[in-house]
Ligand binder design. Structure first.
Ligand SMILES: [Zn+2]
Length: 409
């Protein structure tokens, strides 16, 4: 090589030797670089399949999900008690149990108003959402749900919010009108919206997608209708994964579903047996009454005075189909509930029994009636596909742990 001064024959400057000072300076420059220069967290898609109990997974043909299970993380896990949607949605989204996030049901007794209220507004949620955690890492989030109630409960920190039940005009223009909330097709519309976002809005790093359990309330796992619903969802999961091959997909459910044969009105039953109570609340009661008429497998009882608690408990435990009656402190420690947001007594139905408001104290339910809320609808799947993080399936025991490892502090 012919050298002229410091230049080689092409006239280029030779590379300067890397001194310790230069190395430290370049490291400092990296550390001070704006966030976009640093490694961004992997895109994450959380799929909360409402009512997708383990029996639905086992009975249905879902080839995309089967391949996710084989290649990724798969566990049968327990949902959070009570096995109702809002409690579990909050647990999955916040990564903590109800004693921390405070959502003990779909309904609760508000001592300020003295009335039963829906538990579906963000001010009742006491723990940070997945979206707020993502925000701290510079990640934007989208919250998509078939049901409007989810978008009011879990909205904190989400940049984009879409409820298929009431989509804004720009989404209707894009995808066509959303099907009725009481249909399986609304879940297809929701997933199509999610796929559209995955393709079009790559700046959104975290998507939370919540379907409706109307199909599970309506059809058992072995029915043709349910199989068609889940086969279509599986195709859409596959399309979503193809649209975002970089993304991790995290899937679980809030509860399973069972046929129920009887419903008790606990206020009427207690009153008739000489122990009137202040109020009984079906924890599953929400605004979507066509699904389940507001009946559920768990109820809170508020007594008129503390002295009544023992006698009321003895009365209720004697009703056919009542599996367990717990006093508040026992229920709090067993199920990680928030003491100020449950009744004096917690009543658990057996597999066949639910609680709600009736004209008589007891009603036998039709053969196609399906609901949840009890300890018999707790087993759900947990699947994680394509995560870059090293995850050990043994560390997942509850659905609330699905996404808690994302955006850890
Ligand atoms: Zn649900």
């Amino acid at each position: 090589m012919v050298r002229t001064g410091d230049r080689d024959y092409h006239g280029r400057m030779p590379p300067a030797p890397v001194t310790r000072r230069r190395f430290l300076l370049s490291y400092a420059a990296f550390a001070a670089a704006p966030a976009f220069c640093r490694q961004v967290p992997q895109r994450a898609v959380v799929l909360m399949c409402d009512g997708f109990g383990i029996e639905y997974l086992e009975t249905s043909e879902m080839p995309a999900l089967a391949s996710w299970r084989e290649r990724g993380v798969f566990r049968r896990v327990q949902c959070t008690m009570p096995s109702v949607t809002n409690t579990n949605n909050a647990s999955i989204c916040c990564g903590v149990l109800p004693d921390r996030h405070g959502i003990t049901g779909n309904s609760y007794f508000d001592p300020r108003t003295g009335r039963e209220e829906y538990m579906e507004t963000a001010d009742l949620l006491l723990a940070p959402t997945l979206f707020e955690r993502a925000q701290k890492h510079g990640v934007k989030s989208a919250l998509l749900s078939s049901k409007k109630k989810t978008t009011t409960l879990l909205s904190a920190g989400a940049e984009l919010i879409l409820a298929a039940e009431a989509p804004p005009p720009e989404w209707v223009e894009r995808l066509g009108p959303a099907p009725d909330i009481y249909s399986r097709e609304i879940n297809y519309w929701l997933l199509t919206a999610a796929i559209d976002l995955l393709k079009r809005r790559r700046d959104i790093g975290c998507l939370y997608i919540h379907t409706t359990d109307y199909p599970m309330h309506t059809w058992p796992a072995n029915s043709v209708e349910s199989k068609a619903h889940l086969a279509r969802l599986d195709q859409l999961f596959d399309e979503a994964a193809a649209a975002a091959p970089d993304a991790a997909f995290l899937l679980t459910a809030d509860h399973g579903m069972n046929h129920k044969t009887r419903c008790w009105d606990l206020e009427k039953a207690c009153s008739r047996r000489g122990h009137p109570i202040r109020i009984a609340i079906s924890v599953d009661r929400d605004k979507y009454l066509k699904h389940h008429r507001g009946y559920g497998g768990v109820a809170w009882i508020y007594c008129t005075q503390p002295a009544d608690i023992d006698a009321v408990a003895r009365t209720v435990v004697g009703l056919e189909g009542v599996e367990t009656v717990l006093i508040r402190s026992e229920a709090v420690s067993r199920y990680h509930l928030m003491a100020s947001r449950i009744g004096d007594l917690v009543v658990l139905g057996d597999r066949d029994t639910v609680f709600g408001e009736l004209d008589l104290e007891l009603e036998m339910l039709p053969a196609n009636y399906r609901a949840h809320g009890s300890l018999h609808e707790m087993e759900v799947p947990l699947v994680i596909h394509n995560a870059h993080a090293k995850l050990d399936s043994a560390s997942f025991a509850g659905n609330w742990q699905l996404a808690r490892w994302l955006y850890a502090a």
